[in-house]
Design a binder for this molecule. Structure first.
Ligand code: PEP
Ligand code: MN
Length: 345
């Protein structure tokens, strides 16, 4: 339920509404716009309906959110969520995801070595990419495939972050690793295989740390939004949604990148939306055109994989961009973004 407050509502009235919500056992989320404030109330629906919400001083109207996602719904917030990563070094610029700038997250699928990670981190930063992606914990189909460098990989990621001065995103697969991953990552990544790991989502919800949730291989858009809702309902509202392709009957691509999900998610939710054409297509030559298309579709950013020597990559080599192709992609994304009045930055 959403309480739209009167323009003249006072801070005291807001406090009173929040105290009433607490007394009724409801969670309240305040969203302040320039003109007015709205308060989202979460809890048992029949319980909420039984309360005299429209009688509360300062309340102008009461709206029911009929969708199953409440906090993630576009109506639940005034304006769009912007996730701000504080500068790594004093005097540096913050990174904002979900604002006017299109953010590029790029790097190797897996952390493989110190040298390779540092080289790619420098490349990404120099080309205007804002976030280094690299997996330490890898969800592989086969238990015999490379599983990632684990904690040693996290240490390398922390080193690359500090030395190169670039923010990092990395996947957390297991609640038991959450503290260690959160200590290094600026953004936690929930992979497609964990989109509905509700235990993990709830634990991430208790942190104050941005999280990017990838759409599961067989998840609907609504299910992805419900995964975001799990995190938000625990108090963490810094959620990014990622379309990374779904499994269909089409074998020419590894997955089917559902680009219509980008405008659907932006219509349904106030959360930032990222597209991952690397996992979405599985083939390096399809990554650049689909990255361009994602920006054209209104994505707030793209995530792509890079490898200096794709044939020797320990995971996902066939979808990795060579450094020179990555540079070409950056140039092309700049131009697509410009048409839409945005910038890659
Ligand atoms: C990844 O980003 O490396 C990854 C494993 O992606 P996904 O969860 O989308 O398969
Ligand atoms: Mn990968």
């Amino acid at each position: 339920m959403i309480l739209v407050l009167q323009k003249s509502a006072t801070e005291k009235q807001v406090e009173h509404i929040l105290a009433s919500a607490r007394a009724w056992g409801l969670k309240a989320n305040v969203s302040r716009g320039v003109e007015r404030t709205i308060i989202g109330l979460i809890g048992d629906e029949t319980e909420i309906r039984s309360k005299p919400l429209d009688m509360l001083p300062g309340v102008e109207s009461v709206l029911a959110v009929l969708k199953p996602y409440k906090l993630a719904a576009a109506e639940a917030r005034i304006g769009r969520t912007q996730i701000r990563l504080a500068p790594i070094k004093k005097g540096g610029r913050p990174v904002v995801i979900g604002g006017p700038e299109v953010v590029v997250m790029a790097g190797p699928c897996s952390i493989e070595s110190r040298e390779m990670l540092l080289d790619i981190a420098r490349l990404v930063k120099k080309a205007g990419g804002k976030i280094l992606r690299a997996g330490a914990f890898k969800p592989r189909t086969s238990p015999y495939s490379f599983q990632g460098m684990g904690y040693a990989g996290l240490r390398l990621l922390a080193e690359a972050r500090a030395k190169v001065g670039i923010h990092v995103i990395t996947e957390v697969m297991d609640v038991r690793d959450l503290e260690a991953v959160a200590a290094v990552a600026d953004i936690l990544q929930v992979g497609a295989r964990n989109t509905q790991n509700f235990t993990l989502l709830k634990e991430i919800g208790k942190l104050h740390k941005p999280v990017m949730i990838k759409r599961g291989l067989a998840n609907t858009i609504e299910e992805l939004l419900m995964s975001a809702e799990y995190v938000m309902s625990e108090g963490n509202h810094e959620v990014i949604l990622c379309e990374r392709g779904i499994r269909t009957f089409e074998p020419m691509t590894r997955n089917t990148l559902d680009l219509a999900a980008v405008p659907v998610l932006k219509r349904e939710s106030h959360l930032p939306v990222i597209a991952d054409p690397s996992h979405g297509t599985g083939h390096w030559d399809l990554v650049v055109p689909m990255a361009r298309a994602a920006v054209a579709a209104g994505a707030d950013g793209v995530m792509v994989e890079i490898h200096p020597n794709p044939e020797e990559a320990l995971s996902d080599g066939s979808q990795a961009l060579l450094p020179k192709t990555f540079l070409r992609m950056m140039d092309e994304l700049h131009r697509v973004a410009q048409v839409l009045g945005r910038k890659v930055g």
